[in-house]
Ligand binder design. Structure first.
Ligand SMILES: [Zn+2]
Length: 117
């Protein structure tokens, strides 16, 4: 696959997923307004180059919250992001799948960690 084909496949997967979501930020629920909602990958492409492109890895965010999550690429931030995923996009939430995007301990985060209590 050349770079252009890769880009187009990537865009199609992201656009198809985004079209199913409400037009608001998944974290703060602000409406879709300038500069527009952005697709965030919870596991970054640089850390998971062959597996990051999966709807279980996406959040739709306002620019402010997108920047906030990028400033905290930590386990605590991943727990917060996965809680947003469960609440806003249960259809594509899969902790088991998400944990396989990158080689790491399967108990890096558990369902117990994601409960709000
Ligand atoms: Zn927001």
């Amino acid at each position: 696959m050349n770079a252009k084909q890769y880009y187009e496949q990537n865009k199609a997967i992201r656009d198809t997923w985004a079209a199913k979501q409400k037009r608001r930020c998944m974290k703060c629920h602000s409406p879709d307004q300038w500069p527009g909602l952005q697709i965030h990958e919870m596991e970054q492409k640089s850390a998971a180059p062959r597996s990051w492109l999966d709807p279980c890895n996406f959040l739709l965010l306002c620019q402010r919250d997108h920047e906030g999550f990028h400033n905290g690429n930590t386990r605590d931030s991943h727990i917060e992001q996965l809680r947003v995923k469960i609440r806003e996009d249960a259809e594509h939430f899969s902790l088991g799948k998400w944990l396989t995007l990158r080689p790491r301990g399967e108990d890096y985060i558990t369902m117990e960690d994601l409960s709000e209590n």
